[in-house]
Design a protein around this ligand. Structure first.
Ligand code: SAM
Length: 227
């Protein structure tokens, strides 16, 4: 069975979907969705040979070679027109890497695909890319598991660009409205980190005052917006 993190990603895959799971490693996500009968077809993309072989082995062991194809490719280059992919998942990586994968591979998308993204950090980069590429965020989730806090961002293509405020890009438009205890926990941790940084900088001899002030503003913003 899946981790809560991957199950939450799976929850946003529609019945009948043709899924591309990029950075699939063991292909747990497409294998689970195929076994549940949710997806029609899937490809598990991997750029590294070890994880690619993990995916191959898992798909063969589960006898799902008719439904799931593993492909050794960089990012969205795993997707070919004949696959008729309508859903792309990218989970368990930093937001900058996810953004780079989307940006460098966007010629492989038709702008009809739903994107389900689970950045481990740097969620604001992901939201900004979505905004700049005519995607609308349609749902967000935040959850704590094994001492980590994870965010899931679901986005659908739109014709008219949606613009988000700086605050929405940072904290998430839906997460901001919901203000769940997990969101508060996440940003309390970030505040504590900023406090540490500020304290360390203050001890330095030529403490850069402007930088300290910027970190303090960031800290205060979290207080105002979230807590
Ligand atoms: N998606 C799975 C999950 O969420 O549990 C596995 C996450 S694993 C930490 C990240 C995987 O992404 C690694 O197996 C890595 O090889 C793969 N990866 C990193 N950059 C990639 C890229 N440009 N294209 C395809 N896969 C990539």
């Amino acid at each position: 069975h899946l981790s809560n993190r991957l199950q939450t990603v799976a929850d946003f895959v529609s019945p009948g979907a043709r899924l591309a799971d990029i950075g699939s490693d063991h292909a747990y996500l497409p294998v689970h969705l195929a076994k549940q009968g949710v997806i029609t077809a899937a490809l598990a993309g991997e750029v590294v040979k070890g994880p690619y072989h993990n995916a191959l082995t898992e798909i063969e062991n589960e006898q799902l070679t008719d439904t799931i194809t593993a492909r050794l490719a960089d990012g969205l280059a795993a997707i070919q027109p004949d696959d008729k992919i309508d859903t792309v998942t990218i989970a368990g990586m930093g937001g900058t890497l996810i953004t780079n994968i989307l940006e460098s591979g966007k010629s492989h998308l038709t702008h009809h695909e739903r994107l389900i993204l689970q950045p481990n950090v740097g969620e604001d980069n992901v939201r900004r890319w979505l905004q700049n590429n005519r995607y609308q965020i349609v749902a967000e989730r935040i959850l704590a598991e094994d001492g980590h806090i994870y965010e899931i961002i679901v986005a659908d293509p739109v014709e008219t660009p949606v613009t988000y405020t700086a605050t929405e890009l940072k904290f998430g438009p839906y997460l901001l409205r919901e203000k769940s205890p997990v969101l508060q926990q996440k940003w309390r941790q970030e505040q504590a980190r900023l406090d540490q940084v500020i304290a360390t900088m203050k001890q330095a001899k030529n403490a850069p005052q402007a930088k300290i002030a910027a970190f303090k503003r960031e800290r205060d913003q979290i207080q105002e917006v979230i807590l």
